[in-house]
Design a protein around this ligand. Structure first.
Ligand SMILES: [Zn+2]
Length: 121
């Protein structure tokens, strides 16, 4: 199950820019310094909770200037998109065989050979 998390971070004063550089890390969708109760917001997208925790560690936990974090996990919602249908068949398959008399290719179901005129049963 994919995991999307909004990580709200309080840092030591003036150090949020260091965290924002973590936007280069794979799985970090966004990283911004912000005004308000927190200093930075990082959006992490991972294929599962395991990967999410690894990214969290890389981005946040080993960072010495992080004072406090609050992680908001997005609630998964059912996929309501229409299932993708294959495009309609644009080519048809013609099954053919070799005429026993002249060896020309003849479409199966033909009553006679178009080339030599041999009648088929
Ligand atoms: Zn024939």
């Amino acid at each position: 199950m994919p995991v999307l998390g909004y990580v709200l971070i309080q840092t030591a004063p003036g150090t949020s820019a260091e965290l924002v550089r973590s936007r280069r890390i794979r799985g970090v969708k966004m990283a911004n310094s912000v005004f308000g109760r927190f200093d930075a917001v990082i959006v992490i997208s991972a294929k599962d909770m395991d990967e999410f925790n690894k990214i969290m560690y890389e981005v946040v936990e080993r960072h010495p200037n992080v004072v406090h974090t609050e992680t908001l996990l997005a609630i998964p919602y059912p996929d309501t998109r229409e299932p993708v249908r294959p495009p309609p068949e644009t080519t048809s398959t013609v099954v053919s065989f070799h005429c026993p008399s002249c060896h020309s290719l003849v479409e199966r179901g033909s009553a006679f050979c178009n080339f030599c005129g041999l009648r088929f049963q």
